[in-house]
Write a protein that binds this ligand. Sequence first.
Ligand code: AKG
Length: 410
Amino acid sequence: MDVDISLSPKVNSLKPSKTLVITDQATALVQAGVPIIKLAAGEPDFNTPVVVAEAGMKAIRDGYTRYTPNAGTLELRSAICDKLKEENGISYTPDQILVSNGAKQSILQAVLAVCSPGDEVIIPAPYWMSYPEMARLADATAVILPTRISEDFLLDPKILESKLSEKSRLLIIGTPSNPAGSVYPRKLLEQIAQIVATHPRLLVLSDEIYEHIIYAPAVHTSFASLSGMWERTLTVNGFSKAFAMTGWRLGYLAGPQHFVSACGKIQSQSTSGACSISQKAAVAALGLGYAGGEAVVTMVKAFKERRDYLVQTFGELEGVKIFVPQGAFYLFLDFSSYYGTEAEGFGLIKDSGSLCRYLLDKAQVALVPGDAFGDDTCIRISYAASLSTIQAATESIKKALITLKPVIIT
Ligand code: AKG
């Protein structure tokens, strides 16, 4: 008998995460012997700090290998409360924290918990590609608000104001942002908060996963710390990026208990509590000191050196528009002047997707096209790789681009 292989309409309409797809393809090519340089993944190239890894190993040796409470251990939730108070100026109690298997799970659960069918999720573009798909999973509508490179890819409060309605349920702000690396200044967040305050149904999801990867003079502000915003804000953070702990899978949500419990209900019926070993490691990570102490400072210094190198190198390239990122570890470059050019032996480069395919083919560098982030003019380069790898990649990219003539409109 034939098996019915049909899938649900919801999954049929869902796009897979392009960063993960491209990274997996690049890894497969490397395994097959093709020397691809992978600058696609949003994953620090550093090892987890030794003290943190040791804490995980100790947890295993001590037999700390059983289920934890669904919301996470009290030890970790208390440490998260201390961190949020001291570093972010936001007060929570442990029952207002939900530890999950990564910030991604925290965001999805929040979207599922608060959105009803037909609600709108407001997302500034360029956006982290999973936000609109998560809205889709909640039967909500993603409302994309474009930003401009000339305005540092920051949301214009006037545009926000004009797009809000009764249907608006959730505004997602990532700061520092992925893919642009924009950091929302406090003043701008205050303007946004004033608008949010006039819409009783509107909540804010503040994605702060890149909080510690920030370059002075930029300063991180937590949305929940703004006047009147605590009640409406769901703060998401995690350990993957700052502490180089992507594989440990650990994130958290902080917010009013009513919302946190709702997210906990979803988690209790899906994944249950996060990994016990990772939670012990996370307590050690929070014990490294203010904002991750020396271990994080060292990584951020390396990221900044790479950012500066890339900004200078691409700055010398004809037709490329650059926003200098203030945080995270991506450069989101406007290559649109190269669109419309014909590459020998390849064909027409017409958009960010074809440019990335061309660069994979000719330069053997894996990058992510901007269309995946809602901005087809750009492509994303992750500089979570050693400086020598980045130097080799940029040389290759420049060589591949030199044969193309950008169309410069003056
Ligand atoms: C990115 O590459 O943008 C990431 O955040 C990697 C992790 C993910 O997409 O789940």
